[in-house]
Ligand binder design. Sequence first.
Ligand code: C2O
Ligand code: CU
Length: 463
Amino acid sequence: SHKNEHDMMDHSTMNMENDHASHTNPIALNDSTGQNEIALPSIIEPQNGLVNITAQQGETEIFDGFQTMTYGYNGSFLGPVIKIKSGENVTLRTKNDLLEPTTFHWHGLDIPGDGDGGPHQILKQGQSVDVNFTVNQGASTLWFHPHPEGATAEQVYKGLAGLIYIEDDNSLKLNLPNDYGKNDFPLIFQDRHFTDEKQFDYNAVQNADGTIGNTLLVNGTFNPKLTVGRERIRLRLLNGSNARNYTFKLNTGDAFQQIATDGGFLNKSIELHEITLTPGERAEIIIDFSKFDAESDVALVNEENIRLLPFKIEHPKSSSTAIAEVLNDYMVTEEEKSLPVTKQLELFGMGKMVTINNQQFDMHRIDFTQKLGETEIWEVYNKPDTMGGMIHPFHIHGTQFKVVSIDGEDPAASLQGWKDTISIEPNQTVKLAVKFNNKGIYMFHCHLLEHEENGMMGQVEVK
Ligand code: C2O
Ligand code: CU
């Protein structure tokens, strides 16, 4: 169709201009008109330690008057927030009601390898399995999504993604906004391409570096807006896109506070004017709306000033008290800084020719082993090619790591916290302090989902 040709042209233009290394994306998003109040996932908590999660297919009215074929967990589209507590023993009862195989991967969760939901843990249609673990990490916003070899990207695209909130004793004492749906909101950013009949058009963009769409959904809502009060509002941002990067800013130019990285709170909130999240990454931010009023035009925009999420400001001003000065006790120790590099990884390539240490993924090959509970330094280098190369968001399963250095320097303040996915620019070298608290086989890969599908993935066995 005409649309396809247009997209392919956009992509080849991108290649010629060598835009890969920048934060710009090959196809622009449409501005949100703010027509629809954003959907909020329901929250589920363990009942007697048990949480049921079923992957299913259904239909969702994303656009007025159209039914889109979608995938979801416990519903037709996306998934609930699974809320669990540090120290709690939890059984996740997973079931596959799709008409194809899937897996349940808990992105960012410290979980035994056989429950991690990587490509080895396939559930066929109708199958069910229990995953039991004890929550042994701090307050954080994690997520879950499928991971079957060859179908991860498309299943996520159709709607399989949900959030996990971990709470701990600390998080409840910090005076952070935590009234769900009032001053504490999850925001899942995903760009999509739709056919004229408003069906997901996964193959519309023949872009092996990842599927980029022109239509933004936030929590699955098209043309979203978020109604907020005149108070401090906490936003838990997830880049749940297959391949698009977002640099989030306020259209007013105002600053906001970042309070958390992928895997927990920063030690202190930091003031930022923008934050970039690559696929798989999360951040929690606080925006102070008390200085705005009902007439203010406030929106989250991206690096191209496209309106991602306009805010509707309502309700009288409420007096929000100051958030705690100290949020966490994260640190990279001197010992960790002085450890030798014991694993080296070289990310290379674009499109279908993507490799880690010159190899593509092989489910029958273990690339590394690591001892349980031992910290090792992984040095990950993004090797540029003659065209400059591109950003790869590097993710490790089953753990949260520390960023020790980037090109030999301390990481930026917004990376001084627990991470499970790190954006690596061409020619950058990052050193990560990696420790696993459970045994098993874990994936590490580029979180551009089409790069992962194309083999930019390896396996570490923890013994
Ligand atoms: Cu979001 Cu292999 O992970
Ligand atoms: Cu990549």
